[in-house]
Design a protein around this ligand. Structure first.
Ligand SMILES: Cc1cc2nc3c(=O)[nH]c(=O)nc-3n(C[C@H](O)[C@H](O)[C@H](O)COP(=O)(O)OP(=O)(O)OC[C@H]3O[C@@H](n4cnc5c(N)ncnc54)[C@H](O)[C@@H]3O)c2cc1C
Length: 386
C-alpha cells in the first residue's frame, strides 16, 4: 500500500532563494505535503497574501500536479475546526483554481487562443528579452524572475506584474511569455497559466491590468523610484514601449525527457495511467495494479517544462508505490488485450484509452462554462463543504 511508505520517502528539497524572503523548500514527500496543509493559518493568509512576504500556502505545485485537491485542502481545514467565514479568502482562491479547470474542460484546445476577444495592441508574438534576462531595471521584478529560476515558484502578485509588463507595457502577445513562465513553474498548469495571462492581457477580461512602481513597492517591500513604471495609471496606459522592453526573441524551449520506455506489465492486473497532472497517491491506492507514469513527447512538445520541473514531477511520483515511467505516446503503450485501463479525467488526456475517473472538485455539482469567476463563485458558494 502506498500509505505505508510515505514516511520513508527521502525528502526532495528544492532550494530556497538566497534572499530567504519567502518560498520554502518544495518537499515532495506526501506526509510533508499534508503537514503543509496542516500549517495553514487562514486568517493570516487573508491579511497578508498579497505581499511577497505574506503567509501564502505554497500548495500550488501539489495541487497542479494532482497530488492533493482543492476540496482536500478545504476539508482538512474544516476538520481542524476552522469556520467557513474564517477561510473565505482562501476558499475563494482555491475556487479560482477550479474555475480555470472548468474553463479548460469546456474550451478544450480553444483555451490556447484568445478566449473572449483578441488581445489589444499586440506588436509581436515573441518573448520579451529583458524579462527573460531578469534585466528590466525594475529591481523587484528582476529579483523575482531570478527567484523563479532558482526555486520554480513565483508569488501571484509578481506573476501579474510580469504578465502586465510583457503584454501591456512591451505589447507582446501573451502566448510566448506564458510558455516561458510555464516552463519554469513547479506548479505550471495549462489552464491556470493560460487563463491568468489572458486575464491580464485583456483577451479573457474586460480591461488590461497595469501595475505601477508604487504598487510594486507596496507589495514587495522594495523602495525603488524613477523607473519607467514610476507613473500614474493614466500615463502608463498611453506610454510607448519603453526602450528596455523593446528587444524580443523567439523561444526554443525543450523538455529534457529521460529515455525510458520499457515497462513490465502484469496482464492479470488493471493499468492505472498517471501523468504530470495526476500524481495522486490516494487514487485507487487499495488493490494491486500496474501503475504507469506516462510522459508523452507530444504533450511536452506543446507544453515544455524545465529540468527542475521534470525532476519535481519524478520525485512526486515516488509517493506512488511501484510507479513505472513510460516515455512515449500513450497509444504506443504495449497494453495487453482485455486489460482494464483507468486514468483521471483532464482536457489534455481525451485521447487516453480506458475509463476516465472524475477529478476531485471543490464543488463537483457545478460544471460547465461561466463567463466570469464571480458568476461561477455565486453558483458554488451555497454548495461548498461546511
Ligand atoms: C500570469 C499568471 C500565471 C499563473 N500561472 C499559474 C500556473 O501555471 N499554475 C498555477 O497553479 N497557478 C498559476 N497562477 C495562479 C497563482 O499565481 C498561483 O496559483 C499561486 O500564486 C500559487 O501560490 P500559492 O499556492 O502559494 O497560492 P495561495 O495564495 O496560497 O493560494 C492557494 C491555492 O489557491 C489557488 N490559487 C490561488 N490564486 C490563484 C489564481 N490567481 N488562479 C488560480 N488558482 C489560484 C492555487 O491552487 C493555490 O495553490 C498564475 C497567475 C498569474 C497571474
Amino acid at each position: 500500500m502506498a500509505q505505508q511508505k510515505w514516511h520513508q520517502q527521502p525528502a526532495f528539497n528544492f532550494s530556497s532563494p538566497s534572499d530567504g524572503s519567502s518560498a520554502p523548500p518544495f518537499n515532495t514527500n506526501y506526509a510533508e505535503i499534508l503537514a503543509k496543509i496542516d500549517a495553514i493559518n487562514p486568517s493570516k493568509y487573508a491579511q497578508t497574501r498579497n505581499h511577497t512576504s505574506g503567509a501564502v500556502t505554497y500548495l500550488s505545485p501539489y495541487i497542479s500536479r494532482g497530488v492533493i485537491s482543492t476540496r482536500q485542502v478545504l476539508q482538512a481545514l474544516l476538520a481542524k475546526g476552522y469556520k467557513p467565514y474564517q477561510m473565505a479568502k482562501l476558499v475563494s482562491e482555491l475556487a479560482w483554481r477550479d474555475y480555470f479547470q472548468r474553463v479548460h474542460q469546456h474550451l478544450g484546445p480553444r483555451l490556447l487562443t484568445d478566449i473572449k476577444q483578441p488581445q489589444p495592441n499586440v506588436l509581436h508574438h515573441n518573448m520579451v528579452a529583458a524579462l527573460r534576462e531578469a534585466n528590466t531595471g525594475v529591481e523587484a521584478i528582476d529579483q523575482h524572475v531570478q527567484k523563479l529560476y532558482d526555486t520554480g515558484y513565483m508569488h501571484n502578485h509578481l506573476r501579474m506584474y510580469v504578465a502586465a509588463m510583457a503584454c501591456n507595457m512591451a505589447k507582446a502577445h501573451w502566448s510566448s511569455p506564458a510558455a516561458w513562465l510555464y516552463y519554469h513553474l513547479l506548479d505550471g498548469d495549462v489552464a491556470s497559466n493560460t487563463c491568468s495571462w489572458q486575464w491580464v492581457a485583456g483577451s479573457f477580461s474586460s480591461k488590461l491590468y497595469y501595475c505601477n512602481q508604487q504598487n510594486i513597492n507596496t507589495f514587495t517591500g522594495s523602495r525603488q523610484q524613477g523607473t519607467f513604471l514610476d507613473a500614474d495609471y493614466a500615463h502608463l496606459q498611453q506610454m510607448p514601449v519603453p526602450a528596455v522592453l523593446r528587444p524580443s526573441l523567439p523561444l526554443a524551449l525543450k523538455t529534457p525527457l529521460p529515455e525510458v520506455n520499457t515497462i513490465n506489465l502484469n496482464p492479470e492486473l488493471p493499468v492505472l495511467l498517471y501523468n504530470s497532472y495526476n500524481l495522486d497517491p490516494l487514487w485507487r491506492a487499495n488493490g494491486n495494479a500496474n501503475r504507469i507514469l506516462v510522459l508523452e513527447p507530444s504533450h511536452f512538445e506543446a507544453h515544455p517544462i524545465s529540468q527542475r520541473v521534470l525532476d519535481f514531477v519524478l520525485a512526486l511520483g515516488k509517493n506512488i508505490d511501484g510507479l513505472q515511467i513510460f516515455v512515449g505516446e500513450v497509444g504506443s503503450l504495449p497494453l495487453p488485450a482485455q486489460v482494464q485501463v483507468h486514468y483521471k479525467e483532464h482536457p489534455l488526456c481525451r485521447h487516453y484509452p480506458g475509463v476516465a475517473d472524475a477529478r476531485t472538485w471543490i464543488v463537483p455539482e457545478v460544471s460547465g462554462y461561466y463567463p466570469s469567476f464571480f458568476a461561477y463563485y455565486k453558483k458554488i458558494e451555497p454548495l461548498l463543504p461546511k
